[in-house]
Design a protein around this ligand. Structure first.
Ligand SMILES: Nc1ncnc2c1ncn2[C@@H]1O[C@H](COP(=O)(O)OP(=O)(O)O)[C@@H](O)[C@H]1O
Ligand SMILES: O=C(OP(=O)(O)O)[C@H](O)COP(=O)(O)O
Length: 415
């Protein structure tokens, strides 16, 4: 059992599945090249080998289920390429089923033979999956009602989605015998051990595009006084810069507005006014007319912000080098474009060179590691999670863990 605060979460050692048909929730949501629609990193696809092989070796047949991107974004794509890569890394056939809960998927699941593995299509093609709701409500969703009768059990290995109260995460545990998979187990046990609240300075490097998540994370970190410094990059840096009163120019404001981020300015301002240890870039790398790249001080920005500038890289690196614990999530810039990878790459190098312990997460940031074999596991924890990782470290309860705990009490023990 994994014990987290008052939660007790069963693992594959506590509920031994063999010869069963299992629904396995994984998170293979990966960075996508917006130009080609192809995956640009496969770290998360490789992560589930142990769980999948262990379950297959015990004669189970597996239906893998995952999301990819969010509706409206360029990375909201089908999982066909993911199935090819899963087959390659597992060295076994993972059949792609271009359906989630329709008659074709259900018929295919009914006819599965022992040891077979299939991957359903992007679960966010089902609109119910996008609703954040309590487990009891999701247990009544069509997704759960249509799929759960076909299975003997449910395994949640999607640590990276553990902070979402969505149907494929919290609905199935209410009706099926459920456990955490090996990735979930390792992440939760390792993070509970390595994150020592008494070790400081702790430096958080937070970038990327999921600004609402980041604001929630920062509010938690500040409230619990867990961070000595929070170094911002990506869109989160832009939001804090505006909240501080900097004029980032019309184009950047339009981008923030288009992404619906203007309404978050008061929350960012409140964090700054409450003394949150937020660092804002002193310069940015920007793209100007005809694709020209330039560096501009934060108070004189005219181009579109695409990365942090070199002076900021120097300042941030010195904070990182002095830290005892470094947590990195979300890139400093638009890393899909080679010209704007430098900020993230240099901070990552500083973190790897530092004496501090590095916890790094989030699909885009771990892609910067490029599968590096030189990572010292006693000094670095590479997490499959980004937002889930940070919220867990900040002490928030994760819906996926709560649902597995509840499932053990209500579904397993009462049977
Ligand atoms: N200044 C910026 N403007 C627009 N997008 C940005 C900026 N900085 C980073 N991004 C985008 O943020 C995305 C990654 O953010 P996110 O999904 O939060 O990270 P992770 O997957 O590592 O958790 C990338 O697609 C990147 O292009
Ligand atoms: O990539 C993910 O989160 P992350 O960017 O925080 O690492 C997860 O797959 C969750 O995706 P979501 O933030 O669209 O719910």
């Amino acid at each position: 059992m994994i014990k987290v605060n008052d939660l007790e979460i069963p693992t594959l050692d506590d509920i031994s599945f063999s010869g069963n048909k299992l629904l396995v929730r994984i998170d293979i949501n990966s960075p996508v090249d917006p130009k080609t629609g192809k995956l640009i990193d496969d770290s998360r696809i490789k992560a589930y080998n142990e769980t999948i092989k262990e379950l297959v070796n015990k004669g189970n047949s597996l239906v893998l289920i995952s999301h990819q991107g969010r509706p409206g974004d360029s990375d909201f794509i089908s999982l066909e390429e993911h199935a090819e890569l899963l087959s390659k890394y597992l060295d076994m056939n993972v059949e792609f089923v271009e359906d989630v809960m329709g008659p074709y998927a259900r018929e295919r699941i009914k006819n599965m033979k022992s040891g077979e593995v299939i991957l359903l299509d992007n679960v966010r093609f089902v609109s119910e999956e996008l609703i954040e709701a309590p487990p009891t409500q999701h247990a009544k969703s069509y997704l759960v009602k249509r799929l759960s009768p076909l299975f003997d059990g449910y395994v949640n290995d999607a640590f990276a989605t553990a902070h979402r109260s969505q149907a494929s995460i919290v609905g199935f545990p209410m009706v099926l015998k459920s456990t955490a998979g090996r990735v979930m187990e390792k992440e939760v046990s390792a993070l509970a051990k390595i994150f020592n609240a008494d070790e400081f300075p702790k430096v958080f490097v937070l970038g990327g595009g999921k600004v609402l998540d980041s604001i929630r994370i920062i509010e938690n970190l500040v409230k619990r006084r867990l961070a000595d410094r929070i170094l911002t990059g990506g869109l989160i840096a832009e939001l804090f810069a505006v909240a501080k009163g900097l004029d980032l120019g019309k184009e950047n404001m339009q981008i923030l507005e288009k992404k619906g981020l203007i309404s978050l300015i008061p929350r960012a301002r409140k964090i700054l006014l409450s003394g949150g240890p937020i660092e804002i870039p002193v310069d940015f790398k920007v793209e100007k007319e005809e694709g020209k790249v330039a560096e501009e001080p934060s108070n004189k920005v005219t181009g579109v912000i695409k990365d942090i500038g070199s002076t900021t890289v120097g300042i941030y690196s010195s904070f990182i080098k002095d830290a005892k614990v470094i947590v990195m999530r979300g890139p400093m810039g638009v890393i899909e474009d080679e010209r704007f990878r430098e900020g993230s790459k240099k901070l990552l190098d500083s973190a790897l060179e530092s004496q501090g312990y590095l916890i790094i997460g989030g699909g885009h940031m771990i892609s910067m590691l490029g599968g590096s074999s030189e990572i010292n596991p006693s000094k670095v924890h590479v997490s499959t999670g980004g937002g889930a990782l940070l919220l867990f470290l900040a002490g928030e309860r994760l819906p996926a863990l709560e649902a597995l705990d509840l499932s053990y009490k209500e579904v397993v023990k009462k049977k």
